[in-house]
Design a protein around this ligand. Structure first.
Ligand code: AN7
Length: 367
């Protein structure tokens, strides 16, 4: 009876719990005070999704979860860092921010800076930013400077601009970015009840892997987890400076988000690898696309190609995953960021140009 059940509901807490955003959610772990104006779009609080189809391919009782950070407000993990970087820039009285970006940082910087009433300057490699990300930067109201060059060149320029002019740098060299991003590790431990055995993550500038490691260590030191994960970082084979051990002058990959040849957080990343007993490996564009399609068509999870590098890497390293291990793969960005990639890389049955009648449709369906 509707009346009775609604009366019962009055006394019961709803299953839906509102999430205040990661600064409020993890305030005591973050460098904020009562004076910090919290600029938030309620980022964080993203789901950890079981991935049985991936786990089946690994076998031996390995459990696989996807940390789906593509469900953040601007569709990537960058929102975690940007809520902190922009709140602290606002607190410091800054009125403009700048970043170089392969796309996602520019979208997040634009959204949070504009929400804070600040100007957002973004430098992007002309022609190498996925459609969705460019659309976001423009729509959020960034001032977009497309340079004839790659991300690494753009980063060199913005570092100098921020040194000379009154503009705050919000690339991951800004320490508040990593502070915000470490909360993803807290969420993983909060969801699993402990750290995973492996964390698989794509690397570009290697800010995110450094942030996760900081988060796992802080929780471990506070006694909130029993173990620390091995940090497994993956790069695209055409832009794998951290795997090769040297800068790549002309980085190239279908995963434009991680088309980076000179990672800003190189030293931090190498430290993470040795401290965690982890490993860095390269995955080919073909392996990335295979994992990307598997996630979409078997798991129902649409991520961007750079994110699929984490799952491609796990599948590549399947033989060395310990039996029964718990593995978390970080899906850093939403698949809708790069619709071109999806349209060009799928095994779907697409039947164009049909007559609009029942007979035609039934025939195509095989009836
Ligand atoms: C989806 O937006 O560098 O290793 O300028 O967008 O912390 O650099 C993006 C990086 C992984 C790599 N996945 O993270 C930018 C940018 C996605 C990304 C990475 C990026 P980092």
């Amino acid at each position: 009876m509707p009346l009775l059940s609604s009366l019962r509901n009055l006394g019961r807490k709803s299953a839906f719990q509102d999430w205040p955003g990661l600064i409020e959610g993890y305030r005591r772990w973050l460098p904020v005070s009562e004076r910090t104006p919290v600029i938030t779009l309620r980022e964080g609080g993203t789901p950890l999704i079981p991935a049985p189809a991936v786990a089946e391919r690994i076998g031996r009782g390995v459990k696989v979860f996807l940390k789906y950070d593509g469900l953040n407000p601007t569709g990537s993990f960058k929102d975690r860092g940007m809520t902190m970087a922009i709140s602290k820039a606002k607190e410091a009285g800054s009125s403009a921010v700048i970043c170089a970006s392969t796309g996602n940082t520019s979208a997040a910087a634009a959204a949070y800076a504009r929400r804070a009433g600040m100007r957002a300057f973004v430098l992007i490699p002309d022609g190498y930013v996925a459609q969705g990300k460019l659309a976001q930067a423009l729509l959020y109201g960034a001032e977009v400077l497309a340079v004839r060059g790659n991300f690494d060149q753009a980063l060199t320029i913005v570092r100098e601009v921020a040194e000379r002019y009154p503009v705050t740098l919000v690339n991951s060299l800004n320490p508040y970015r990593l502070q915000g991003q470490k909360t993803a590790a807290f969420e993983v431990v909060d969801a699993l009840g402990d750290a995973p055995d492996w964390l698989c993550i794509p690397m570009g500038n290697a800010g995110n892997i450094s942030a996760y490691w900081m988060g796992f260590q802080e929780y471990r030191q506070a006694g909130l987890s029993r173990k620390l994960p091995r940090m497994m970082g993956f790069q695209a084979s055409g832009s794998a400076p951290l795997v090769l051990g040297h800068t790549v002058e002309q980085p190239d990959t279908i995963a434009t988000a991680i088309r980076i040849g000179n990672p800003a957080n190189r030293e931090k990343a190498l430290k993470v690898r040795s401290e965690s007993g982890g490993a860095f490996n390269a995955v080919t564009d073909a392996e990335i696309v295979k994992a990307y399609k598997l996630l979409g068509s078997q798991e129902g999870v649409f991520c961007e190609p750079a994110s699929a590098a984490s799952v491609a890497g796990l599948l590549q390293q399947a033989d060395v995953v310990p039996a029964g291990a718990t593995v978390v793969c970080v899906l850093t960005g939403n698949g809708l960021k790069d619709p071109t990639c999806a349209i060009e890389n799928n095994d779907a049955a697409f039947h164009p140009d049909l007559n609009p009648d029942l007979a035609t449709v039934a025939q195509v369906m095989g009836f």
